[in-house]
Design a protein around this ligand. Structure first.
Ligand SMILES: Cc1cc2nc3c(=O)[nH]c(=O)nc-3n(C[C@H](O)[C@H](O)[C@H](O)COP(=O)(O)OP(=O)(O)OC[C@H]3O[C@@H](n4cnc5c(N)ncnc54)[C@H](O)[C@@H]3O)c2cc1C
Length: 392
């Protein structure tokens, strides 16, 4: 079989691959976009509860985790949240800011996929769905990809097959296999934006399943003020998902259940209302089931006036800096993204091309760049896809 020649072959028709194909196609490049799924942009379709949190207006490099914290700067500055908003506006897709700069479609995530597909010129971009890649070779500056019963060649090959989070949606570690095949290093991948699990004595907290509260979660020097949710396995909710990306086995996670109260609030309240029960004082700020469980663990009860200042100060300290010792995460099955991935040390931050392997590019979640929750990961997919699309 004679392989069909293209200017570029992009593996993976997710957010990053679609953006890359659109930009390259509009530059007149003949592009083949291959995905083993039966439709493009499957993660876009399920994202944001079906409304796709497509970007964040506060996008900045410090909201990304990477071994090289400077790596994302270049691509993010050359294709910004405002650039993507302009594209969305050009298609009259209505959107709104939900919270913390997070932009969602008013209608459906399907609009984002349709827009990206529409951006791919028909006569330039060939989409091949439901095809597995069986072999990739490189010789004399040309990449050959065998897929399904076909083969294609091109001087440029883009790895855009994402990370292994949510395998039941077709996510794989294929990106890392290709990277390693061509000598690129892979920073050990791990589930991120993922619920944490509690074991041992802390399984008691599982009885709070369904209870949520606005808190500050911290790990090391990083902290997020958002909601936390107790689950039947441990902890979830936006604050926990955010902190999970920074968490490593053995680290404690700190939770401030009363972030708006000063350390001396209980002793002050004791002077004002000595007959007030401690449980009622805490109940005023937390869901009843949660405050009961926490006070049970602190083993303190009675009217404020009957409790020593020292004990009240200690209770206040515990409530503001509760230490959980998660025993793991819910893993790739529940992780919104994969942290780690193809090492940025082997890629150009300008155009995402491999330094030692001309014509090989890696973009999107496959790369060791992971955003916070809230539209940051799609903005990285768009920006890195755009950077490579301008280069291939
Ligand atoms: C439930 C959920 C909700 C999310 N919500 C948001 C959100 O609202 N906002 C946000 O910013 N981020 C969100 N994310 C994260 C976001 O979806 C990803 O960061 C983003 O999709 C990464 O884009 P990508 O193109 O790099 O990879 P992907 O979107 O994962 O695309 C990779 C593509 O490669 C294909 N592929 C994989 N392996 C192979 C193979 N072996 N052969 C051929 N093709 C292959 C896949 O089928 C897929 O189409 C969410 C993630 C999940 C799981």
């Amino acid at each position: 079989m004679t392989p069909t020649p293209y200017d570029a072959i992009i593996l993976g028709a997710g957010g990053a691959g679609l953006m890359c194909a659109a930009v390259a196609g509009q530059r007149g490049r003949k592009v083949l976009l291959i995905d083993h799924a039966d439709q493009p942009g499957k993660k876009i379709l399920i994202s944001g509860g079906g409304r796709c949190n497509f970007t964040n207006i506060h996008t900045a490099p410090d909201r990304y985790l990477s071994t090289n914290r400077h790596f994302a700067k270049s691509a993010l500055s050359r294709y910004t949240a405002q650039d993507f908003i302009a594209l969305v506006n050009g298609y009259n897709i209505a959107w709104h800011e939900k919270t913390l700069g997070q932009l969602f479609c008013d209608g459906s995530a399907k609009q984002i996929v349709a827009m990206l597909m529409d951006e791919c010129p028909d006569d330039r971009v060939t989409l091949s769905l439901g095809q597995s890649v069986s072999d990739i070779r490189h010789s004399d500056g040309t990449y050959q990809v065998d897929y399904g019963s076909e083969a294609a060649t091109a001087p440029a090959l883009v790895i855009a097959t994402g990370g292994p989070s949510i395998p039941k949606m077709g996510a794989t570690s294929f990106a890392y296999d290709i990277a390693r095949q061509f000598g690129l290093k892979v920073v050990e991948p791990r589930p991120a934006l993922v619920p944490l699990t509690l074991g041992g004595e802390e399984t008691l907290f599982r009885s709070l399943s369904g209870v949520s509260a606005p808190i500050v979660a911290s790990c090391g020097k990083t902290a997020f003020r958002e909601a936390a949710l107790f689950t039947h396995k441990g902890l979830s909710g936006p604050a926990i998902l955010q902190i999970s990306s920074y968490w490593r086995h053995g680290d404690p996670v700190g939770v401030d259940f009363l972030p708006d109260l000063k350390p001396d609030w209980l002793t002050k309240l004791k002077r004002e209302a000595p007959r007030l029960a401690l449980s009622r004082a805490v109940n005023a700020h937390l869901p009843a089931r949660l405050s009961e469980t926490l006070l049970e663990r602190i083993a303190l009860s009675g009217d404020l006036g009957n409790l020593a200042d020292r004990k009240l100060e200690e209770a206040s300290r515990r409530l503001s800096n509760w230490r959980f010792m998660p025993n793991g995460t819910e893993g790739y099955a529940k992780a919104e993204v994969t942290a780690g991935g193809i090492s940025t040390a082997d890629l150009s931050s300008k155009n995402m091309e491999a330094r030692q392997m001309p014509g090989l590019y890696a973009i999107g979640e496959a790369v060791d760049v992971t955003g916070w929750l809230g539209g940051y990961n799609f903005q990285w997919a768009w920006a890195s896809g755009h950077a490579a699309g301008e280069a291939i």
